[in-house]
Design a protein around this ligand. Structure first.
Ligand code: SAM
Length: 272
């Protein structure tokens, strides 16, 4: 079958890597597992041996046909032939109220999928994901690290992250240009900080990282809309940062989650 590069298709061939991922997941007979992008079923077949139910989401119709032929007669297998970015995860896992996610993600949309999964974290307790190694570094980058960005703040706020192991390109066919890393994300019961308006908070973080090479001050100067108005009401970006106890010469990548929260509080307090 022709490999579709546009769908990020790199299929796992290495049995040892497959076994390590399954061990990391350790599926239980009483649970539902959601697998995103099952491909030919490299992980699916072991998941089906051990999990109570496996819901596989595959966008490629040709692969869906392969999967149906291979696993269609298993009572605990369900296939959803849809785009994983456009699904309501809490709805598809019903009647279960909580499921775990396993995926060797297509690299081109991996961060978008992670963000989508985090949105539905109320019903997705844990995720074992394989992504491009550099993306995982960005996900777990602490304040002060060069790789720190919006994604790192997002993961820190909503998940406990654990890097599990790296996977070399030779474990896949076709062979990708990059290394991969398997990561475990556990959804936190509550956001790690308390903010009264999460949507406002994330718009602020996005503005802070708008131009990575600039200082937080320069990025805040460019803020528009509701956040720009709050900054103006406080007395401008210099005053806003001073009230939050943040040196205006710093860059967004140096801010801790708590500092982002402090800045958001200053601006939220000034909101009409
Ligand atoms: N899990 C398989 C493996 O490890 O061999 C395949 C992994 S491959 C990196 C990514 C898989 O995700 C492919 O099967 C691809 O068709 C599928 N895929 C790509 N974009 C998708 C999307 N938006 N929704 C669902 N599946 C998608």
């Amino acid at each position: 079958m022709r490999v579709k590069k546009s769908l990020g298709q790199h299929f796992l061939k290495d049995r040892e890597v497959i076994a390590r991922i399954i061990e990391a997941v350790d599926p239980r007979a009483d649970e539902t597992i959601v697998e995103i992008g099952p491909g030919h079923g490299a992980l699916t077949s072991s998941l089906l041996e051990r999990a109570g139910r496996v819901i596989a989401i595959e966008i490629d119709r040709d692969l869906a046909t392969v999967l149906r032929a291979r696993f269609g007669d298993r009572a605990n297998f369900a296939l959803i032939e849809r785009d994983a970015l456009a699904l309501d995860y809490c709805a598809i896992i019903a009647p279960a109220t909580r499921a775990r996610v396993v995926a060797n993600l297509p690299y081109n949309i991996s961060t978008a999928i992670v963000q989508r999964l985090i949105e539905d974290r109320a019903c997705l307790g844990e995720m074992v994901l394989m992504l491009q190694r550099e993306v995982v570094w960005r996900m777990v980058a602490p304040a002060g690290a060069r790789e720190r960005g919006y994604l790192s703040v997002l993961i820190e706020a909503y998940c406990e992250a654990e890097r599990l192991f790296d996977v070399p390109p030779r474990a896949f066919r076709p062979v990708p240009k990059v290394w991969s890393t398997v990561i475990r994300l556990r959804s936190r019961a509550q956001m790690a900080i308390s903010v009264s308006d999460e949507d406002f908070f994330w718009r602020l973080v996005k503005i802070g990282f708008m131009q990575r090479r600039k200082t937080i001050l320069n990025n805040l100067r460019r803020a528009e809309g509701e956040i720009g108005e709050s900054i103006a009401r406080v007395g401008g970006p210099v005053v806003s940062l001073a009230l939050a106890g943040i040196d205006a010469r710093r860059r967004a990548e140096t801010l801790t989650l708590e500092e982002w929260a402090r800045l958001a509080h200053v601006l939220l307090d000034a909101r009409l």
